[in-house]
Design a protein around this ligand. Structure first.
Ligand code: ADP
Length: 269
């Protein structure tokens, strides 16, 4: 396991950091279009890292690369490395099975997307994909995942009702529980609150705080206040390039690059 004693970009945090993943000279192409340009950045274990930047700068593309989402679409190409620790697997290696990657690296989308199944079966989905047979194990995992997603109390008496009958905020927490059931090491959030009202947004942000005790989180947000509320580290991107990476407090108070400052002070983007 790789340990880093301090963050080279800032000196506020002195506890040892562990790398969970790392993009190294990572580039991505849609056909001939170079959407991500030689990005290198660390993802620290059990921390929240936010990707910010103006629309179209490549935040979602970078996020989705971490669980090989682009494999589902033709004419796309990866270059470089996305290393995953502690095993140091390059997630982009064609020999790496994208299905197994998606069990270790869960994804939560902008709009909650529960399956048209019961609440229970939504959460059990990944366990069934893994061919888990034990009924009691599946029940225990579903209960724990719903507790970890702060949803258990609201649904425990109606586990066999349709998931689509839940409110938007509950559906999003259900989608988080669905990811948690397979014990992922990294959770990817793609603007997870943009379709939610302020109360549901606050509950997802609280949940992100709790989840980082167990899991590493990478989140795309277009909302800079959200980045400051939920993240420990922030990466500012522009036109496919990583402009600046550092502790969130440093990025938002003493950005090193003029471009970052222009963006966070609202003079640009
Ligand atoms: P962001 O998340 O920062 O808004 P995206 O990652 O969605 O940015 O997009 C980055 C760039 O890639 C944009 O120029 C966008 O138009 C382009 N892009 C995104 N998806 C596709 C696609 N499926 N095919 C071609 N170009 C795409």
């Amino acid at each position: 396991m790789q340990h880093i004693s301090t963050n080279p970009q800032a000196n506020i945090e002195e506890v040892p950091l562990t790398l969970k993943a790392e993009a190294r000279d990572f580039s991505f192409y849609y056909g001939d279009f170079n959407a991500i340009k030689k990005v290198s950045m660390p993802i620290y274990e059990k921390k929240v890292t936010a990707l910010i930047g103006p629309s179209g700068c490549g935040k979602s593309t970078l996020l989705r690369s971490f669980n090989r989402m682009h494999d589902l679409y033709p004419d796309t190409r990866y270059q470089g490395h996305i290393d995953f620790y502690p095993d140091e697997t390059n997630l982009l290696d064609p020999k790496v099975d994208p299905i197994e990657v998606r069990m270790r690296i869960g994804m939560v989308f902008q709009k909650p997307n529960p399956f048209p199944k019961s609440i229970f079966e939504n959460v059990a989905y990944g366990l069934r994909l893994r061919k888990e047979k034990s009924k009691s194990y599946i029940e225990d995992r579903v209960e724990q995942a719903l507790k970890d997603a702060a949803l258990w109390g609201e649904v425990k008496d109606r586990l066999h009702n349709q998931a689509t009958a839940l409110s938007g905020g509950q559906q999003q927490r259900l989608c988080i529980a669905r990811c948690l059931a397979t014990d992922p090491e990294l959770l990817l959030f793609d603007e997870p609150t943009s379709a939610l009202d302020p109360i549901a947004t606050a509950s997802i942000e609280d949940l992100i705080h709790q989840l980082k005790e167990k899991v590493t989180i990478l989140i795309v947000t277009h909302n800079m206040y959200q980045a400051t509320r939920v993240s420990d580290y922030t990466a500012y991107m522009f036109m496919g390039e990583l402009i600046e990476f550092g502790e969130t407090i440093q990025i938002f108070t003493t950005p090193q690059r003029a471009e970052t400052e222009a963006y966070i002070t609202g003079r640009f983007g």
